[in-house]
Ligand binder design. Structure first.
Ligand code: FMN
Length: 363
């Protein structure tokens, strides 16, 4: 097996410089197990966050998606299961906690549960090494380092990356606009963002948005990153927890078949279907309000489109289901196991890095 060792491997304690992106509000428990066992970083996503705060307006039928346990209990059980199923491989995993201002109480609750889970089980303490915060101000969360976690923070711009560095994050993820689900309104893609962030901060940088294979991992390294974070590519794997219809939808889309509209946590990139088009039309109507920062719960039309979009996902109604994905869908044509995927990415990246000098003609 080829190895591609970067600083990220040493910081996090993983074999391969690949992070699985958090993908709330969906469960990524089986995916996290498979990714961690394959030597990359598996991530448990925090689910039910919105449901904790917007009970009457929640656009998700939380019970239908997650069962009746409270969100902290769901997280605790996921951590226990991932610990148990990664014990023999020595796999490493983490938890993603979005820290948007409107969810501060829920973020605190998820972080407290993560700390508690580590304190109460020595195997968890050993394998749950990372907390990835995203979608908000990093400053209040430096406590994660005092608790002994490797702290990764996701940012959409040089400005936010500098803030994460100033707050003390161990790793900064530079998340480009082509990525699935959470994006910024400002359309700065990985090709510009990753090298810009890598030059602006001394903290190690991981590229996210558009990465899916060895060529793109090699490109990230060439742009100054120490690894990649992938979301959409990991959905389309055998072990991932996502609905079969969603996996198939990723395989069938081309690179132009995603759309950005207002989602539950801010702007989101959807796989293009009738429901995504309806959300975009509604977003365009309400764009001035969103730019002015008005909360989503004041927009009943989008809430309604999302609520029924989640239901339609569970009912396998493809055209009206809400499904997220990055532009990279256009480059995904197979459904491998996570181990096959990670092996092929590392193998190809090493091959590409070896072959690049051949393209240079010395005159
Ligand atoms: C379905 C889906 C849900 C996501 N939810 C979250 C989330 O809860 N928190 C987060 O930090 N990022 C979230 N993301 C972003 C991913 O963690 C990752 O950064 C992104 O998918 C990378 O771009 P890619 O899709 O091109 O690989 C989500 C992405 C997808 C596709």
């Amino acid at each position: 097996m080829t190895h591609l060792h970067t600083e990220l491997c040493d910081i996090v304690g993983i074999k391969h410089p690949i992070l699985q992106g958090g993908m709330g509000p969906y469960k990524t428990e089986h995916l996290a197990i498979a990714v961690a066992n394959a030597g990359a970083l598996g991530i448990i996503s925090c689910i039910g966050m919105a449901a904790t705060l917007l009970p009457e307006a929640a656009p998700i039928d939380a019970r239908r998606l997650f069962g009746t346990d409270p969100p902290a209990v769901i997280l605790q059980k996921s951590i226990e299961n991932v610990t148990k199923k990664t014990r023999y491989s020595g796999g490493v995993f983490g938890v993603n906690v979005p820290v948007a201002a409107e969810f501060t109480l829920a973020s605190k609750m998820f972080i407290e549960q993560t700390i508690e889970s580590c304190k109460s089980d020595s195997d968890t303490e050993r394998s749950l090494r990372v907390v990835v915060t995203s979608a908000g101000n990093p400053k209040p969360w430096s406590v994660l380092k005092d608790e002994g976690f490797i702290w990764v923070h996701v940012t959409p711009s040089v400005y936010h990356a500098k803030k994460a560095e100033a707050a003390g994050a161990d790793v900064v993820v530079a998340s480009g606009h082509e990525g699935g689900a959470h994006v910024s309104w400002d359309p700065v893609h990985s090709m510009v963002l990753v090298p810009a962030v890598a030059r602006a901060v001394k903290t190690p940088v991981v590229g996210a948005g558009g990465f899916c294979d060895g060529a793109t991992l090699a490109a990230a390294l060439c742009m100054g990153a120490v690894g990649v974070q992938m979301g959409t590519r990991f959905i389309a794997t055998k072990e991932s927890d996502f609905e079969p219809m969603w996996k198939q939808a990723i395989l069938s889309r081309e690179e132009r078949q995603t759309l950005v509209g207002r989602g539950l946590f801010g702007p989101m990139r959807f796989l293009r279907n009738k429901r995504a088009e309806e959300i975009v039309i509604q977003t365009l109507e309400d764009l001035p309000k969103f730019y002015l920062g008005e909360p989503l719960d004041s927009n009943e039309k989008i809430l309604e489109l999302e609520q029924t979009g989640f239901d339609n996902l569970l009912d396998a109604k493809e055209e009206t289901a809400l499904m997220f994905g990055g532009e990279v869908v256009g480059r995904i044509q197979d459904l491998p196991t996570t181990a096959e995927l990670i092996d092929s990415i590392i193998h190809e990246a090493a091959e590409v890095l070896r072959s690049v000098p051949k393209f240079v003609i010395n005159k």
